[in-house]
Design a protein around this ligand. Structure first.
Ligand SMILES: Cc1cc2nc3c(=O)[nH]c(=O)nc-3n(C[C@H](O)[C@H](O)[C@H](O)COP(=O)(O)OP(=O)(O)OC[C@H]3O[C@@H](n4cnc5c(N)ncnc54)[C@H](O)[C@@H]3O)c2cc1C
Length: 488
């Protein structure tokens, strides 16, 4: 039955989105608020965890597990430091992060509930929500952080004309088990990103000798995990720390030379399991994983699939370049395309990262303020609770639009903007905002090396800030994308 429910009194804070970004904002708020303050967490999904709730079963974290958290909440896993957590472990940890905040504030959780509208009044913001059962729920809140993510939903199988292939999606078909694992027919992994690499790796390692092929599209390269996170004693002397690498990256990028800058990155820190890969979305891959994939894949084709068509007894793949390929009837097509920057994101109206006089903060790729959404949630949470949100001229850029025009410019801009905004935050916020950020990948390194990176940033950021700003302005002009402070 469709009913209506109105909450008494305003919440001190509401967070919409129980993924990594929203939980970072929530965990930060837990540091400022007390047990007598009311916080509301809302998510359309039935549990905390965001996109991890329905991502394919063999997904693992790219980065060592401790760096995927909310603020500085420690993992309880007890695994060795380089361990890459499984999907189940990530979900358990994110639920644990909510539990921690439950101990800090009076937390109400509206899970299985969608925010449909928010309207800022003089003193509070009115939230209108709809529960999974169709009930309307209304709440008032003094502050609101919206972190709806990248609109990542389970991928459907590719729709193709052929009746002679099995078209599946990893989100509904675990390639390590069931009919696909029992079959001897070749597999064509469609896509060249992290999901495709995970899928190829899972296929190769669960059934050695199986024919596995990849249609890599543009091809993606990754950051080498071995270089970003060297293990053992090598942490003391080798590896590429994040902050020094970003400083060098932003020094090389002038707003016009993204191709050259990404070539430098790829050749020094990158790893490409596929030839000629140009796409980059800040994923990580190890030498060992890339080696397994290179050795185990029968064929890598650098093209995009348009359709699979039956010709008598045979099946033909039709590719974007105009080329075609005959494949064995009964082959499997696994759709590993288009999670990030999908069309669903476009359907969302643009909202600035801050509005209503600093009372509403939004984590969105269309108003990008940080490299990863988890970082954006973390900084928004701090600035809002400090009463500084909207006071600093942080830059936001339309990452969705820029990535559609040039993935290379998008990656370089994201790094430059991260440094620029961090510089403004460093000058304004208490030191702890930077030093207690558990997402900081440089904490991987022994303390002296970590501190050295922090000192490098402290020395460089005021000197280089104006140049970073000019670079960002140049990107905005060249690509005609929003890139600058929020206009009141
Ligand atoms: C296959 C894959 C693997 C990845 N692996 C990694 C990795 O290893 N490491 C890493 O750092 N990043 C990884 N990422 C990137 C990852 O998406 C982010 O790191 C992060 O988990 C995203 O968090 P988020 O909170 O921004 O979004 P989400 O996790 O998508 O969470 C947003 C939440 O908001 C909710 N929501 C949206 N709109 C509403 C509404 N109107 N009302 C109520 N609720 C709403 C959604 O239901 C969702 O639960 C991966 C991405 C993909 C696709």
């Amino acid at each position: 039955m469709v009913g209506s429910h109105v909450e008494p009194g305003p919440y001190d804070l509401a967070v919409v989105g129980a993924g990594a970004a929203g939980l970072n904002a929530l965990a930060v708020a837990g540091k400022y608020l007390g047990k007598d303050q009311r916080v509301l967490l809302i998510d359309r999904r039935g549990r905390a965890g965001g996109m991890w709730v329905d991502t394919y079963p063999y997904v693992r974290l790219h980065q060592p597990h401790r760096f995927f958290t909310a603020a500085d909440i420690k993992w309880k896993l007890g695994a060795e430091r380089s361990y890459l957590a499984t999907k189940g472990e990530v979900l358990d940890h994110l639920s644990y992060c909510v539990e921690v905040v439950r101990g800090q504030v009076e937390l109400d959780e509206w899970l299985g509930t969608e925010l449909v509208a928010d309207e800022a009044g003089r003193d509070s913001i009115r939230l209108t929500c709809r529960s999974a059962e169709g009930e309307t729920r209304v709440a008032e809140t003094r502050r609101l952080i919206k972190a709806p993510g990248l609109a990542i939903e389970p991928n459907q199988p590719l729709s193709v004309s052929s009746d002679r292939v099995h078209s599946v999606s990893p989100d509904f078909c675990d390639v390590r088990t069931g009919e696909i694992a029992a079959s001897d027919a070749p597999v064509w992994v469609v896509g060249g990103g992290k999901t495709a690499m995970d899928t190829a790796h899972a296929l190769i390692t669960s059934r050695p000798g199986r024919e596995v092929n990849i249609l890599t599209g543009t091809g993606t390269f990754f950051t080498s995990r071995d270089k970003a996170f060297p293990t053992g004693a090598r942490r003391w002397w080798s590896g590429r720390r994040g902050i020094p690498t970003f400083l060098e990256w932003a020094r090389r990028f002038d707003g016009t030379n993204e191709r050259e800058t990404m070539d430098w990155y790829r050749s020094t820190i990158g790893i490409a399991p596929t030839d000629g890969a140009r796409n980059f979305v800040f994923g990580l891959l190890s030498e060992a994983e890339a080696g397994v994939i290179r050795a185990g894949v029968s064929e890598m084709v650098g093209d995009h699939l348009l359709d699979a068509v039956d010709h008598g007894e045979e099946v033909e793949l039709q590719l974007r370049s105009g080329a075609t390929r005959r494949i064995r009837p009964g082959s499997w097509l696994v759709n590993c395309t288009g999670y990030v920057f999908g069309e669903r994101l476009r359907e969302r109206p643009y909202e600035p990262y801050v509005s209503a006089g600093g009372r509403v903060g939004v984590v969105s790729p269309r108003a990008n303020i940080a490299l990863l959404p988890s970082f954006a949630g973390y900084y928004l949470g701090h600035l809002m609770m400090l009463g500084r949100l909207g006071e600093l001229p942080l830059y936001e850029f339309d990452g969705d639009e820029l990535a559609r025009q040039s993935r290379e410019a998008w990656a370089c801009t994201a790094v430059t903007e991260q440094l620029y905004n961090l510089s403004l935050i460093a000058d304004d916020a208490p030191r702890e905002v930077l030093t207690q950020n558990g997402l900081n990948l440089d904490l991987w390194y022994p303390t002296p090396r970590f501190l050295l990176g922090a000192v490098q940033f402290a020395r460089a950021h005021r000197r280089e800030r104006e140049r970073w700003r000019q670079t960002l302005d140049r990107v905005g002009e060249r690509f005609g994308v929003r890139c600058g402070p929020v206009v009141a």
